[in-house]
Design a protein around this ligand. Structure first.
Ligand code: F0G
Length: 338
């Protein structure tokens, strides 16, 4: 199902399986930002379905198929659903996606529908959808949320690509929702380190949105266990998560790397999205822009890579569109002369 060496399979030697389903995921651009000195953007919105999830889904769907399953199931704020739907389609499998009602951006819903997933909607937030999948879904279908370790094995390839393009940065900033990705990327860097390739490991910095920041708050207050948020709220719907299932893994990544967990408010996230779009030409979805908001708000020594995890087209409704009516060609010329 894969041309040899396509997508994440380029790193087969570092993965638990040697080949599998692929759509050329990964190999996303690393772009030097004009927003701050020594800031680089790893633009994972450039993946086949527009988010970093494709890295993990390539491996996860492969494992699901090899283990004899014909159905996969995920709870999702949208991107996991879009990616699972597409990769399941490619592997000839059915996908069930369980979504929190009214909390999923339009582009992601459209993708899940387009790729033929069964879309199941529940009242409540993502955390409820995930509880349902963990409690009931796994009996019927192979679960592909980020508690699935194969997903994280695929996602660790982000670190390998950053290393290939830039070497080892001093800081890697990642938006945190369910908290799988920050751990996956950290794991990737540690493996490079074990091979002697990255002697000085980066600090891992996790960024949450203030209305959904149980981990950043726990970190700040020195709590060993986070106080979960019952009603998470942020414009960045991808990370509108109150009880991150991988919270402990995020703590490990941040603790081991000497990093931190911070929060940014919705205003900072919206501003970062606009700044990225207008200065760097990068269209980030809001959750993806959260890492950049974090990087801009912190004084970080050395080189920093901010991972922009999803594409702006995922959530078109968030952007205000201004248009100018052109009644005639005379008016057109007047406008263009301004
Ligand atoms: N950025 C984007 C664009 C996401 O879609 C997600 C998670 C994250 C960051 C956070 O990653 O959960 O590994 O900490 N989206 C999941 C979903 C929850 O269902 O698509 P994380």
């Amino acid at each position: 199902w894969s041309p040899k060496g396509s997508g994440i399979w380029r790193y087969a030697d570092m993965l638990p399986l040697k080949s599998g389903v692929t759509m050329g995921e990964g190999r996303t651009p690393l772009i030097e930002s004009r927003l701050k000195r020594n800031l680089w953007i790893k633009f994972d919105g450039a993946n086949p379905t527009g988010s970093f999830k494709d890295r993990g889904m390539a491996l996860g769907v492969t494992v699901a198929r090899e283990s004899g399953a014909n159905k996969v199931i995920v709870a999702s704020t949208g991107n996991t659903a879009a990616s699972a739907a597409a990769y399941a389609a490619r592997a000839g499998m059915r996908a069930y996606v369980v979504l929190p009602k009214g909390n999923v951006a339009r582009g992601k819903l459209v993708q899940a529908a387009l790729h033929g997933a069964e879309i199941l909607v529940v009242d409540g937030f993502f955390d409820k959808a995930l509880d349902l999948v963990m409690e009931y879904g796994t009996k019927y279908a192979y679960p592909l949320n980020s508690f699935n370790p194969w997903r994280l094995e695929g996602q660790k390839t982000t670190a390998f690509e950053i290393y290939e393009d830039l070497g080892c940065p001093d800081n890697v900033v990642v938006p945190v929702g369910n908290a799988g990705n920050i751990y996956a990327i950290w794991k990737g860097f540690k493996e490079l380190n074990m091979l002697g390739l990255c002697p000085k490991l980066p600090r891992m910095i996790g960024v949450q949105a203030s209305g959904a920041a149980p981990l950043a708050r726990a970190w700040r207050e020195g709590l060993r266990v986070p106080l979960f948020v019952e009603r998470p709220s942020t414009v960045a719907s991808a990370i509108r998560i109150g009880k991150p299932v991988n919270w402990m893994k995020a703590f490990i990544a941040v603790q081991e790397s000497g990093g931190m967990l911070v929060e940014v408010d919705d205003g900072e996230i919206l501003r970062a999205q606009a700044l990225l779009a207008r200065n760097d030409g990068i269209g980030a979805e809001l959750a993806g822009a959260a890492s950049v908001a974090g990087a801009l708000s912190l004084d970080l020594p050395g080189t920093t890579v901010a991972v922009v995890t999803g594409h702006a087209l995922k959530d078109p409704d968030i952007v205000e569109v201004k248009t100018v009516q052109v009644p005639s060609h005379e008016e057109l010329m007047r406008i263009l002369e301004r």
